[in-house]
Write a protein that binds this ligand. Structure first.
Ligand SMILES: Nc1ncnc2c1ncn2[C@@H]1O[C@H](COP(=O)(O)OP(=O)(O)O)[C@@H](O)[C@H]1O
Ligand SMILES: [Mg+2]
Length: 270
């Protein structure tokens, strides 16, 4: 079913619970705030920080919020997502820092180090390297990142490194080969699922962004969405959309528990 059908039925001005939400429109909850505050400390201290959470909890959202909050003229942010290999890492790093990547690997490393040093000494910028989905990185790549920070920290150049990924990233850092990196991580933070009251606030927030500030979901519908989603935002989004669809199909004025039940059954079946 097309979203427009339930949107107009429920008087929504746009598609609710969409993936692309502007940082200024985020639902601000204490867990999110704390992560952004602690990662800001990582940036200020030019440290290494670790953010872990299950899929859909808001890690990428938090990294985007952090990027937006940093004073643009004073920071250069290099954001990696699903980094595949060492070469890819250096190519993106060099291009983002305004260089034209050389061909040989040894040259790439040297070039990257020079560009990092130039950012800091000539351009007086704080460099922040964010690696999202970092649990996918090989041990070799993680170790290379550490060497790069080490190298830089021996001289005047320094940068902040933020590793974000699924909980297995923590286990990965416990590997003997990554002990040196693990010891350098100065701030570790996690995002958890929202509490019941937060899930309610989250749903209300998204609906009000679409022009419905009055209660559209009943309390028991929210409670069911909360328990079925474990308060994980991406799951809440999916269940809320399915509930709206179910409510529309039954021509209901309010999304009640039976619409939410239908949504849960729908999600479990697919
Ligand atoms: N604070 C928030 N405000 C609004 N939406 C959020 C928030 N946190 C998460 N979301 C929603 O949840 C989805 C998943 O978040 P995301 O950061 O992509 O999760 P992760 O990176 O942990 O897998 C986002 O696309 C967004 O729709
Ligand atoms: Mg993500």
């Amino acid at each position: 079913m097309k979203p427009e059908m339930y949107e107009s039925y429920y008087g929504l001005t746009k598609t609710p619970f969409s993936k692309t939400i502007a940082p200024s429109q985020l639902f601000i909850h204490p867990g999110h705030d704390e992560v952004v505050a602690r990662l800001t400390q990582v940036v200020r201290g030019k440290d290494i920080g670790l953010l872990t959470a299950e899929v859909g909890c808001g890690k990428s959202v938090a990294l985007r919020a952090l990027s937006e909050s940093l004073d643009a003229p004073r920071h250069t942010i290099v954001y990696f997502n699903g980094l595949a290999d060492l070469r890819g890492f250096y190519l993106q790093l060099i291009s983002t820092l305004g260089g034209c990547p050389e061909y040989l690997r040894a040259n790439l490393v040297r070039q990257a180090k020079e560009l990092i040093a130039a950012q800091i000494s000539e351009r007086r910028k704080n460099l922040v390297i964010m690696v999202d989905e970092a649990h996918l990185l090989s041990t070799q790549l993680l170790e290379e990142l550490r060497l790069l920070t080490n190298e830089a920290m021996d001289s005047t150049s320094q940068f902040a490194l933020i590793l974000s990924g699924q909980p297995m990233l923590r286990q990965k850092l416990n590997l003997t080969q990554l002990m040196a990196l693990s010891q350098r991580v100065s701030i570790r933070c996690r995002l958890k699922g929202l509490a019941l009251e937060e899930t309610a606030g989250y749903i209300r927030h998204y609906l009000s962004l679409c022009g419905r500030s009055d209660p559209l979901f009943s309390d028991d519908a929210i409670a069911l969405i909360h328990s079925s989603s474990a308060g994980i935002p991406r799951r809440i989004n999916n269940l809320a959309v399915q509930s709206l669809t179910a409510g529309f199909l039954e021509q209901k004025g309010i999304i009640d528990e039976s619409s939410a039940k239908r949504a849960v059954a729908e999600m479990e079946a697919n």
